[in-house]
Design a protein around this ligand. Sequence first.
Ligand SMILES: Cc1cc2nc3c(=O)[nH]c(=O)nc-3n(C[C@H](O)[C@H](O)[C@H](O)COP(=O)(O)OP(=O)(O)OC[C@H]3O[C@@H](n4cnc5c(N)ncnc54)[C@H](O)[C@@H]3O)c2cc1C
Length: 326
Amino acid sequence: MLAAGAVTADFGVPGVAQHAFGLKSAAEALDIRSHVLRSFERAERLGSEAPDGLTTIVIVGGGPTGVEMAGGFAELIDRPLRRDFPGLGPNLGRVVLVEGQDRLLASFAPRLGEHARRRLEKMNVDVRLSTQVAEVTADQVRLGDNTTVDAETVVWAAGVKASPLAAALGVDTTKGGRVVVDEQLRLPGHPDVFVIGDLAAQQVDMSVGDSELVPQVAPGAMQGGEYVAARISEAVDGGRAYQPEPFKYRDKGSMATIGRNAAVVELPRGPKITGFPGWVAWLALHLVMLIGFRNRANVLVNWAWSYLTYDRASRLIVEPDRPPVL
Ligand SMILES: Cc1cc2nc3c(=O)[nH]c(=O)nc-3n(C[C@H](O)[C@H](O)[C@H](O)COP(=O)(O)OP(=O)(O)OC[C@H]3O[C@@H](n4cnc5c(N)ncnc54)[C@H](O)[C@@H]3O)c2cc1C
């Protein structure tokens, strides 16, 4: 079963690979945290000599990941970092969210994208819609209209593409590099090889033929996994004497948190929820989806502590593993 997922797609924009942070692994998340904390420390040390963009964080991509990141950073700057770096005064960092389309959260209903924009702007996030990033350098982001934003932290949340493993298979792939699979999520011509999750071009209803592709989200991967596990288990138990039902995706809705007390939730064919009720729904679902009671209890206590104290977990700067200097 191939489930190698997706990797960051830079769409050929110069400088992204060299100067922007991707957000596909825990290691990248730790790198971002270390870089931001280091930049704030440098800014405080340099005082008025600090370069303009040292504490500016540009997030590229206004989908759920970009919106969640922008809200998270705005809160981090407004509370814990304000407390940790009193020397920075009014030069405390700023967050810029750049989106190529004319609205945020394009996969959600327009009113939810608008809600997210208003909410982020209230949190002092500089939201730039209909704006393309043309180039990223070590200390600047050049936009499509040739203006620049000074920034030493750029997070690329503008998109993903299927793992390069897909291309290595030498089979049909979609424009986004996803492996075309048959109605049982098998590699065509290879009935014993299944492909699922972000790597696969799973269709919402595989029996229909050309239906929409399942979005590259966790429920798509989980449902594909369950489906294939059942097929393998049947094969182990007694062969494939019958034709199983084709894979069918059940859309369970989408949600994105914007910050403290704010989230947008879109249920399939159901109501759209924003604000505090949406945020509580986001918290509850993410708690329930954690594995094991111990994890749920730990996370609940940590969240409650952060909520009441406005504090965040340890602010460690960790260096990537490097060979020892001899
Ligand atoms: C920042 C971020 C936030 C997200 N938030 C949400 C969210 O809130 N809700 C949601 O539903 N979805 C979210 N997603 C999407 C979700 O994470 C993916 O859709 C889901 O993880 C896909 O599962 P997968 O098993 O296909 O791939 P992955 O979870 O990416 O797992 C693939 C694994 O394969 C490994 N691998 C890759 N290549 C190889 C190889 N050649 N050999 C061996 N191993 C390999 C990788 O290291 C990785 O561990 C988010 C994604 C990102 C990046």
